[in-house]
Design a protein around this ligand. Structure first.
Ligand SMILES: NC(=O)c1ccc[n+]([C@@H]2O[C@H](COP(=O)([O-])OP(=O)(O)OC[C@H]3O[C@@H](n4cnc5c(N)ncnc54)[C@H](O)[C@@H]3O)[C@@H](O)[C@H]2O)c1
Length: 342
């Protein structure tokens, strides 16, 4: 049993991880400014898990608030999800991204250091590999960024590597997520984009729900089997379970450890569309449009380090992710905005 600070706990991945942590018997304190989420998500997390959590509204860049939080209660570790994550927006608003993602993490690490809390699990991303030279991607592949969002993840990883090298008390696991999709099987929590979704899966869900007319597929002339982009999609519940394993690992081992969380299988845009149609019975009209600048042809993980170090493997299928994601979308057509405050 541990007490964990979970930043960004109301967000898409944070909320699913909070359920998994509560179900495993841990105590969860969520710190979220709700800039891209709703406190309703946390009410539902408690409902699913059948246990309460503590929800603190605030910003990870607020050093005074962090100092108070760490002084009030001892934490065994921190799982840090809070960040801005839209690649396109990061190109037009780079300073907002460096401030939120880099300065926010720095403030958090400083508060942790002052409170002698040295166990840290970080939400990194496969974006740190840029356009990969080789597939599948191992943790030893070169790190580079192709946009300001990616640069914030690269910078934070550097900060974490330096910190763990300087002070042997720190144990840091940097989880490099591939492409999380789907939702909790209850249909109670899921991804709730504020705006036009940046990612393929929520876009497909909104087309299925009739909120958008058709899916835009960015290019069918990539060097892949069917010409559309290939990614490594994993069920968000599997990703959530990976955080539990990573926290257990961080409690036992010191140093900086980057770990890929993916299935090890590449799935094309059209394969995902067809899997969604088969799992839900909805049809997804689509049009082929120009490639997006900065996109890459294919990207999938070598997940063997996660199996070896964390004892973790993705277990759920793409079809399951599609069915679960659709359950969330169809029951909550307006996301959490559809529910009145309680
Ligand atoms: N979703 C993906 O495909 C994906 C892939 C790779 C990495 N990641 C990373 O995983 C993490 C979680 O992503 P997500 O998809 O759950 O995003 P999300 O936007 O749903 O969740 C992020 C949460 O952090 C909160 N937040 C943002 N800035 C904050 C701040 N300064 N102080 C307090 N709270 C703040 C938001 O309100 C939100 O609840 C992010 O770090 C993201 O970069 C996500």
């Amino acid at each position: 049993m541990a007490r964990l600070l979970v930043t960004g706990g109301a967000g898409y991945i944070g909320s699913h991880t909070a359920v998994a942590l509560l179900e495993a018997g841990h105590e969860v304190v969520s710190l979220d400014n709700y800039s891209n989420s709703s406190p309703r998500a946390l009410e539902r997390v408690s409902r699913i898990a059948g246990r309460p959590l503590t929800a603190v509204e605030g910003d990870v860049r607020d050093a005074a608030l962090l100092k108070r939080l760490f002084a009030q209660q001892p934490f065994d570790g921190v799982i840090h999800f809070a960040a801005l994550k839209a690649v396109g927006e990061s190109v037009s608003k780079p300073l907002a991204y460096y401030d939120n993602n880099v300065a926010g993490t720095l403030a958090l690490l400083q508060a942790m250091q002052s409170a002698a809390v040295t166990c840290f699990v970080f939400s990194s991303s496969a974006t740190v590999y840029g356009a990969p030279d080789e597939l599948p991607i191992t943790e030893q592949a070169p790190i580079r960024s192709t946009n300001p969002y990616g640069a914030t993840k690269v910078m934070v990883e550097q900060m974490l590597r330096d910190l763990a090298a300087a002070d042997a008390a720190w144990s840091v696991v940097s989880l490099r997520y591939f492409n999380p999709i789907g939702a909790h099987p209850s249909g109670e929590i899921g991804e709730d984009p504020n705006d036009i979704p940046n990612n393929l899966f929520p876009f497909i869900c909104q087309v299925a729900a009739g909120r958008r007319e058709r899916l835009a597929v960015f290019g069918n002339d990539w060097p892949t089997a069917d010409g559309t982009g290939v990614r490594d999609y994993l069920h968000v519940a599997d990703l959530a379970a990976g955080h539990l394993r990573a926290f257990d690992f961080a409690r036992r081992r010191r140093g900086f450890t980057p770990v890929n969380l993916g299935t090890g299988r590449g799935v094309s845009v059209l394969q995902l569309v067809h899997a969604f149609e088969a799992a839900t019975g909805r049809s997804i009209p689509f049009s082929i449009v120009e490639r997006r600048p900065g996109d890459i042809a294919a990207c999938w993980a070598d997940p063997s380090a996660a199996a070896r170090l964390l004892g973790w493997r993705a277990e759920r299928s793409i079809e399951q992710a599609c069915a679960d994601g659709w359950r969330w979308q169809s029951r909550n057509p307006d996301g959490y905005r559809g529910e009145a405050a309680t």
